[in-house]
Design a protein around this ligand. Structure first.
Ligand code: COI
Length: 370
């Protein structure tokens, strides 16, 4: 593993998307559909470590069909955003937390670690090159979604950690994650499938976890739901998370509960930020196990007044309904308040206010990119 700091050379493409076409994309970006003009690439080889770090034209990667990632799924990723503040500057949120999780994921997947410095520098290099792709901050929750990832690019079919690995960062202008914008989503409870088991990769942000949750997402859609919730793999009793988001429960006394980290739940950066912000707003926050019966009965009996999901992509998203084979419950306050319960709305607002520079960044969560 190389410890020398990487230097990202910049190869600016001459055929960048014309301004008017880029502005048309930024006016209605959706989520994850369009990508900026450039991307970051770096290579790791056993021995020399990280090298050939650059910003280059966004485009297809050249891989041999024997590349190990295509067979064994040795891959990890992160999700982050670049936010434009009112003065035009561009910032990202807690990159050191994403860098640390990326390093933990790398260790779990037997991939090489990238230093926190190189991780953050790669974001700065890409976002400063593609700065024009960062949407204006006054446009709702528009941002430039950043997707750093790393995969086994070695052309080799033997079962061992790859001796050649590619690191890449791509960027995509983003509006709300859910096509319907900010409105409560419905959740399907998966009882047949689990996402992660003790000792497995649930705590790592690796593609395999998301691949394993797709079938349950299809089941959710077949049952008219937007997202799927997973229970623990051992007792099939404890609420873990959605396929790509953590969950919070607001109780009638104002306490906010979120499933504790068990080693099978992804440690969301948004999740940990909300735990702190909710306390600033005067809420008691409990990290503990939450059973599916507590969720169902709590909603039905009024002890749970709001439920929300969170993640970088979806920010804070109200959950309006939980459905399962044979039943469903509607989660009251989100409907009563015209879509979003008041606690969910205030937490969402306080998070966005920090991210967009409208509130003081008292914890030093923001890093300037441009
Ligand atoms: C994110 O919230 O950034 C994620 O990584 C979730 C992704 C599946 C959209």
């Amino acid at each position: 593993m190389s410890s020398a700091a990487l230097s990202f050379t910049v190869e600016v493409r001459s055929d960048a998307l014309p301004d008017d076409q880029r502005e048309a994309v930024l006016a209605n970006p959706g989520f994850g559909k369009t990508f900026t003009d450039h991307m970051v690439l770096a290579t790791w080889s056993a021995g020399p470590g990280w090298h050939d770090a650059k910003v280059t034209a966004y485009g297809p990667l050249s891989l041999f069909p024997s590349a190990a990632v295509l067979h064994y799924g040795q891959e990890i990723f992160e999700g982050m955003k670049a936010y434009r503040h009112a003065d035009g500057s561009v910032w990202t949120f807690r990159p050191e937390a994403n860098a640390a999780r990326f390093a933990r994921s790398a260790r779990r997947l037997a991939l090489p670690e990238l230093s926190q410095r190189d991780f953050t520098e790669s974001l700065k290099a890409l976002v400063s090159t593609d700065e024009k792709w960062v949407p204006a901050g006054d446009a709702g929750e528009a941002s430039l979604y950043l997707r750093p990832f790393m995969f086994a690019s070695e052309a080799f079919l033997g079962m061992r950690p790859a001796a050649e690995v590619t690191y890449c960062v791509i960027a995509s202008p983003a509006g709300p994650y859910f096509a319907g914008g900010l409105k409560p989503v419905s959740i399907w409870l998966s009882t047949e499938y689990t996402r992660a088991a003790p000792g497995g990769t649930g705590v790592a942000k690796c593609g395999g976890n998301y691949a394993a949750s797709m079938i349950a997402l299809v089941e959710a859609a077949d049952n008219g739901c937007d997202q799927v919730a997973f229970l623990d793999a051992v007792e099939r009793k404890w609420v873990e998370e959605l396929g790509g988001m953590n969950l919070f429960f607001v109780q009638s006394d104002g306490t906010i509960v979120t499933p504790e980290l068990t080693g099978t739940i992804l440690e969301g950066v948004t999740r940990s930020s909300i735990i702190e912000l909710a306390q600033d707003l005067g809420h008691k926050v409990d990290e503990r196990r939450v059973s599916i019966d507590e969720w169902r009965d709590g909603v039905a009996g009024g002890e749970i007044t709001e439920v929300f999901a969170c993640g970088t992509a979806a920010v804070v998203t109200p959950v309006g309904r939980l459905a399962w084979q044979g039943g469903s419950v509607v989660i009251g306050d989100h409907d009563v308040n015209g879509g979003v319960g008041s606690v969910t709305a205030s937490i969402r607002q306080s998070l966005l206010d920090v991210q967009y520079g409208r509130a003081a960044d008292s914890r030093g969560w923001l890093t300037r990119l441009v």
